[in-house]
Design a protein around this ligand. Structure first.
Ligand code: PLP
Length: 382
């Protein structure tokens, strides 16, 4: 780490979050300038300067990109961040800009449920796709000759964790690039670029923005050539963030540390309460000291996320539990200030039991939330 990176890192996460990406103060101007709505910008003469056409660049993105970059890689000016219309747009930009027909890519077998669709598309383009589980660093086994390793740690929804540094070392030793999906951890929970990854990619739809009211994604990376290809992909595909979404995201990042600390502390408390219930099996939360992921999570994560996964004995029991909850909405996604939970298998796809619940812990008072969960468990028993 350089001296400026160390100085930046010495500041607390709350300080860095409230100030992230802000421009130098200008008299009579707001601290965070409002969204710039523009399809095109005045452009007399030659095509120069940062803002020419709204699909290529926008000042509201620039501030947000700076904010996310400061959190993903404090004080490291060589890191470039690009925002996208959604997490999937960000993921696709890396996969489809880096891979060519004949290349091999390693994906997690237990990652986000849209990955099988991504796999089918990559295969249609002649890319060889290999998969292996996140836990136990299973992806190491199928790395040989791959061009790109895609890591999702913690994995969604199973919450397994892999040793990112170990996988990066193995991948780099044979010339493969590494991307880490940092959605669940957020940049305050994990910094994949410091762990050696080439790209940190995330859905900003989740805890990064935290209000469940916008879709967003980003890619942060240090390799200028690779990032130029990602930028070009954004321009070609046009999967760009709207200025209002970008501005709302930036405004929301000011409370990131508050939300993350509150939600993650409550997630641990919820997990501890669930641990004492006989009808709950397969409980996972990387912050629980006896969780199978805890040891490696504690080495590479600074916070453990707001998602808790567990299994109730049957599908019917899980459905009754979800119906009985009053403070937890039955909805997908995660990371928002309002708690949500869902029976994950209703979507199909994930290799989880019928009664598997993924719960996203919000910013409610922990006592209220735990009381609601315990009451719903009691009421859903036959
Ligand atoms: C781990 C993970 N990565 C990526 C995505 C995709 O993000 P988005 O829905 O913003 O496209 C999701 C969405 O749930 C996710 O959970």
């Amino acid at each position: 780490m350089t001296d400026s990176a160390k100085d930046e890192d010495r500041k607390g996460d709350g300080t860095r979050a409230v100030r992230a990406g802000l421009p130098e103060p200008v008299k009579h101007e707001p601290a965070l300038p409002g969204p710039v709505f523009a399809a095109h910008f005045h452009l007399p003469g030659d095509v120069t300067g940062p803002y020419v056409y709204g699909r290529d660049g926008n000042p509201t993105w620039t501030l947000l990109e700076r904010a996310i970059g400061e959190l993903e890689a404090p004080g490291q000016g060589d890191v470039e961040t690009l925002v996208f219309a959604s997490g999937m747009a960000a993921m696709s930009s890396v996969l489809f800009s880096q891979l060519r027909a004949g290349d091999a890519v390693v994906l997690p077998s237990d990652g986000y449920q849209v990955l099988p669709l991504v796999r089918a598309q990559l295969e249609a383009y002649g890319v060889e796709v290999r998969t292996a589980p996140t836990g136990g660093d299973g992806q190491l086994e199928v790395l040989d000759g791959a061009r790109l390793l895609w890591i999702e740690s913690p994995s969604n929804p199973g919450l397994d964790v892999c040793d990112i540094r170990r996988l990066v070392t193995a991948a780099h030793a044979q010339g493969a690039l590494v991307a880490v999906d940092n959605t669940l951890a957020t940049p305050l929970g994990q910094r994949p670029l410091e762990l050696g990854a080439d790209f940190s990619v995330a859905s900003g739809t989740k805890q990064l923005t935290g209000h469940g009211d916008l879709l967003l994604g980003y890619v942060a990376g240090r390799d200028a050539e690779a990032m130029a290809a990602v930028r070009s992909w954004r321009k070609i595909v046009g999967a760009i963030a709207g200025p209002l979404e970008a501005w709302l995201a930036h405004r929301s990042i000011a409370t990131l540390q508050l939300r993350v600390d509150r939600q993650n502390a409550t997630a641990l408390a919820v997990a501890e309460a669930l641990k004492r219930r006989g009808e709950v099996s397969g409980l996972r939360y990387p912050g629980l000291p006896d969780d199978p992921s805890h040891k490696i999570a504690a080495q590479q994560m600074r916070r453990y996320g707001c998602v808790v996964s567990f299994t109730l004995p049957t599908r019917a029991r899980a459905e009754r539990f979800l119906q009985a909850l009053r403070l937890v909405e039955d909805a997908t996604s995660f990371g928002g200030v309002r708690s949500t939970a869902e029976r994950r298998l209703r979507w199909g796809g994930d290799a989880v039991p019928e009664g598997f619940i993924r719960m996203s812990v919000g910013a409610e008072d922990p006592e209220d939330l735990i009381a609601d969960v315990l009451r719903a468990l009691d009421e859903s028993a036959e």
